[in-house]
Design a protein. Structure first.
Lengths: 288, 249
């Protein structure tokens, strides 16, 4: 009887374990099936590199280049802001901060990660957006720059906590060795600690970027959602994610528009899959 | 370069790790500090390049003079001190860089302009530790790919490249096999012509074999110090005698 119980429990756990893989496979297959249906109507090159996204005109024009560029622009902007600040913050927490202040900082970073993106979005909408409009004297503050700044806040916690772990995993002996050779604290940090933890830092950066590129709510609220090819950070853009979120509700099931949104989903899936794989490679890179 | 230690006391928080230590180290000699683990010998060694500063809650009193300067003075320049007093650690700790970059790490942080002459420094330093012939063709390889003994030699070469006067060695052979240990000891005897060497070891045979002078420590106190042959043949203190005859430790 006891053996039977063990058997049942083991199989149940196995089932739960398999479930996650099963659901991922299911989601991917569904996405693939619905997305690929689009290519009966539109060529893949036309879809990826088409410059016009007019899904409800007749006939619909389904080029997602503006959306891809919008996502890239917002992500790059957020990366440029969050990577230096995030890494510097991790260095400060891991190496410089006195222990009490360190705890406070870490708690703050965790809290930042806990803020729902919609809250960040509306805070951005009422504070950042008018400010940008005023400072740069442009017709609207709903721009790629606003999105980048808000998303930088979302990427920061990921970057800081993973980079910080990377610093802690550097053997103490490296630091002692450098200091004993007469290196200053700062020389030790940038000549030994940062190179020694570079793979962890790169993983932190990739995961931070992954977080940004998949983010939807905040960007939808503050980037202005204009599906045009962006020329500067100071104009409205529309990202891949925001497009799906905004249009899925009104797309007619089975229409080209509907399939196109799924195809956008595939593009996003491929991008974040790629980023995660790269981050994973860095994280599990064997030290030579 | 002489080191004079006068009435040195050191506390980790409430715990007193060094008690009234008085000793002097003479130039271009090898001095061994022996004693059972926890006796404070590593702590004493780490006073000489102020590595104890890394630990929170350390307090010292007394005076340690190197080159007529009290290095315990809060205003002492640690960069200058550590350039003068190099340290070899228990576990070889080359940086995860190439062999070449490990050797030039010190010279590069100490002089910003002098970019040429680095090749000569690398050759000279590696020759000093008898690694040049083995490694001259793989200078660009990662230092982490070396054997333990080669790593430890590289760490010594890395110090020599900054031209120190004093070498502190904290159980430099404890991770090495007997043959490698012997070769490192040979190297130390080579190096003493140019450097003042202080070695901490709990291997009494190593101290007897390789040092000129020996100090014995117990529970934070320096029990006795003198010529190595005297300490090992006619110890003045009963506790020293007990230790070297293997009664404890």
């Amino acid at each position: 009887m006891r053996k039977f119980k063990e058997f049942i429990i083991e199989k149940l756990i196995l089932l739960c374990g398999l479930a996650s893989i099963f659901f991922v496979a299911l989601i991917f297959l569904f996405l693939l099936k619905e997305g690929i249906a689009l290519f009966k109507y539109v060529g893949i090159g036309e879809f990826l590199f088409g410059k016009k996204w007019y899904p409800i005109s007749e006939p619909p024009q389904l080029g997602i280049l503006p959306l891809i560029l919008g996502s890239i622009m917002v992500t790059l902007g957020a990366a440029v802001i969050s990577i230096p600040i995030g890494i510097a913050c991790a260095v400060y927490i891991a190496e410089v901060a006195p222990s009490k202040f360190k705890e406070a900082l870490k708690a703050g970073i965790e809290l930042l990660a806990a803020i729902p993106s919609v809250v960040l979005g509306f805070i951005g909408m009422v504070t950042l957006v008018p400010w940008i409009k005023q400072v740069f004297n442009i017709p609207t503050g709903l721009t790629a720059l606003s999105g980048s700044i808000m998303l930088a806040f979302m990427a920061m916690p990921t970057i800081v906590s993973i980079a910080e772990d990377a610093f802690y995993s550097v053997p103490k002996t490296y630091k002692e060795g450098a200091l004993a050779l007469g290196a200053t604290h700062w020389q030790t940090i940038y000549k030994v600690l940062i190179p020694a933890s570079s793979s962890g830092i790169l993983a932190a950066v990739m995961l931070g970027i992954g977080r940004v590129i998949g983010e939807t709510m905040a960007v939808m609220m503050i980037t202005g959602n204009a599906a045009v090819i962006p020329k500067t950070l100071m104009q409205p853009v529309r990202t891949l994610t925001a497009t799906i979120a905004a249009e899925m509700g009104e797309a007619v099931v089975g229409s080209e528009h509907y399939f196109a949104l799924f195809a956008v989903g595939i593009v996003l899936f491929v991008i974040s899959f790629f980023i995660n794989v790269v981050a994973d490679l860095f994280l599990h890179q064997k030290k030579v | 370069m002489n080191i004079e230690v006068k009435d040195l006391n050191l506390w980790y928080g409430q715990f007193q790790a060094l008690k009234d230590v008085n000793i002097s180290f003479s130039e271009k000699r090898i001095t061994a500090i022996i004693g059972p683990s926890g006796c404070g010998k590593s702590t004493l060694l780490r006073v000489f390049n102020r590595m104890n500063d890394l630990i929170e809650g350390v307090r010292t009193t007394g005076e340690v003079t190197i080159d007529r300067e009290n290095i315990l003075d809060p205003s002492a320049d640690l960069v200058v001190l550590r350039k003068k007093v190099g340290m070899v650690f228990q576990r070889p700790n080359p940086f995860p860089l190439s062999i070449y970059d490990n050797v030039i790490f010190g010279p590069k942080i100490h002089s910003s302009k002098n970019k040429d002459g680095l090749d000569e420094i690398v050759q000279y330093s590696l020759e000093s530790v008898l690694l040049w012939d083995e490694l001259k063709d793989k200078l660009r390889k990662s230092a982490l790919s070396l054997s333990l003994e080669q790593k430890q030699r590289l760490c010594i070469a890395r110090l020599i490249a900054v031209k120190p006067d004093i070498l502190l060695m904290d159980e430099p052979c404890s991770t090495l096999d007997p043959q490698a240990t012997q070769r490192i000891e040979d190297l130390m005897r080579e190096l003493k012509h140019n450097y003042t060497i202080i070695i901490v070891t709990h291997n009494m045979h190593q101290a007897a074999r390789s040092s000129d002078e020996t100090g014995f420590m117990l529970l934070g106190e320096l029990i006795e110090a003198g010529k190595t042959e005297d300490i090992f043949t006619y110890p003045k203190d009963k506790r020293t005698e007990d230790y070297i005859s293997g009664q404890y430790g």
